[in-house]
Design a protein around this ligand. Structure first.
Ligand code: NAD
Ligand code: UFG
Length: 332
């Protein structure tokens, strides 16, 4: 199929483009580079062994997106473009609603005008908010606790309404848990601008000596060792989940949601331990107070994705840490 990836040069987009291309699909990327670099494209092309069209532009530019869809004969849009920093979204909510929600509306208009009827959407486990039960399945109540999460929930609702009103529109809604790690070539990976917000990229920079020590946000949660527990998923498994979602689209009847995670939770201390083995050195850390808004534990029930998408996240925590470290070493 011919697939447009909005946000296609970002962390998840670049890995997804690789997996799709390897599965024989044609990919076109569209990105405004607000959180990525053009250099990613060269690395991506090196991995897939052919040139990949990449349009520099914003999803809010309806005319540009429509032209792109028509010019390349796009059949499916994977909509990854968005802002994703929880803390930043609390400080500048309008930027988040403007970019994420308005961006999606503009994209949907362009798709309507170009008669493109299929979308895979990048949502997040953050839409569930504080878990009422574990593991979290797709029917868990939705109650995001920050503006970023609310942009994802509102987009999901807009997409569901759009599907309900149009028999020919299909949307696969993917709620990612915690994507980490890097492509096996070490050419693609997570390289956030500034100081990383998330655990694994922060730890990678501590391991490389760029940052002095890791702060562990709280050791008094009701978990196995008191530190936060998350469902870390290897980004290559996640990318393959998009290939499975694409192959599921013809079988889908309208709007379908899937959680993408492994189903296993690891604590911050367990991740540190695994990273220390991967990089062969100690990660200096200190326990500090809880980060506001954090929850104790979050992991998925992966059964629906496993059964319906015929996809499973197989890569271990150790592979996640090793690949993250390989990528980090290449950067330094
Ligand atoms: P990323 O920042 O690496 O990638 C997003 C890409 O979108 C970037 O390349 C950015 O330049 C581009 N972009 C942003 N706004 C745009 C716009 N208006 N027009 C065109 N391009 C734009 O982030 P990522 O980790 O690859 O995340 C991809 C998607 O997955 C996001 O929607 C994010 O909310 C969602 N998600 C990510 C995580 C995670 O932990 N990484 C978890 C759950 C969901
Ligand atoms: N943590 C630390 N120190 C750090 C960073 C994180 O101890 O420097 C801890 C957190 O307290 C948490 C765990 O590591 O217990 C994971 O934190 P991350 O920031 O890596 O990930 P979150 O689970 O908080 O959130 C991430 C994304 C969200 C997304 C969510 C999906 O940031 O956007 O995963 O589950 F929605």
């Amino acid at each position: 199929m011919t697939v447009l990836l909005t946000g296609g040069t970002g962390y998840i987009g670049s890995h997804t483009a690789t997996a799709l291309s390897e599965a024989g699909h044609e990919v076109i990327l569209l990105d405004n580079f607000c959180n990525s670099h053009r250099a990613i494209l060269e690395r991506l092309e090196k991995i897939v062994g052919k040139s990949v069209p990449c349009i520099e532009g914003d999803v809010r530019d309806t005319a540009l997106v429509k032209r792109t869809l028509q010019e390349y004969g796009v059949e499916v849009v994977i909509h990854l473009a968005g802002l994703k920093a929880v803390g930043e979204s609390v400080k500048t909510p309008l930027n988040y609603y403007e970019n994420n929600v308005h961006g999606t509306l503009s994209l949907l208009r362009a798709m309507d005008e170009a008669d493109v009827n299929n979308m895979i959407f990048s949502s997040s486990a953050t839409v569930y908010g504080d878990p009422q039960y574990l593991p979290i399945d797709e029917d868990h109540p939705l109650a995001p606790t920050n503006p970023y999460g609310r942009t994802k929930l509102y987009i999901e609702q807009i997409l569901e309404d759009h599907v309900r009103a149009n028999d020919n529109i299909k949307v696969v809604n993917l709620r990612y848990f915690n994507p980490v790690g890097s492509h096996s070539s070490a050419l693609l990976g997570e390289d956030p601008r500034g100081i990383p917000n998330n655990l694994m990229p922060f730890m990678a920079r501590v391991a490389s000596g760029e940052l002095k020590e890791l702060s562990v946000f709280g050791d008094d949660y009701p978990t196995m060792d008191g530190t936060g527990v998350r469902d870390y998923i290897h980004v290559v498994d996640l990318a393959e989940g998009h290939v499975a979602a694409l192959e599921f689209l013809p079988r889908s009847t309208g709007f379908e949601t899937f959680n993408l995670g492994t189903g296993s939770g690891f604590s911050v201390l367990q991740v540190i331990q695994s990273y220390e083995v991967a990089c062969g050195k100690k990660i200096p850390y200190q326990i500090v107070k809880r980060r506001p808004g954090d929850i104790a534990s979050c992991y998925t029930d992966p059964n629906k994705a496993n059964a319906v998408l015929k996809w499973k996240a197989n890569r271990s925590l150790s592979e996640m840490c090793l690949s993250s470290w390989d990528f980090q070493r290449r950067l330094n």
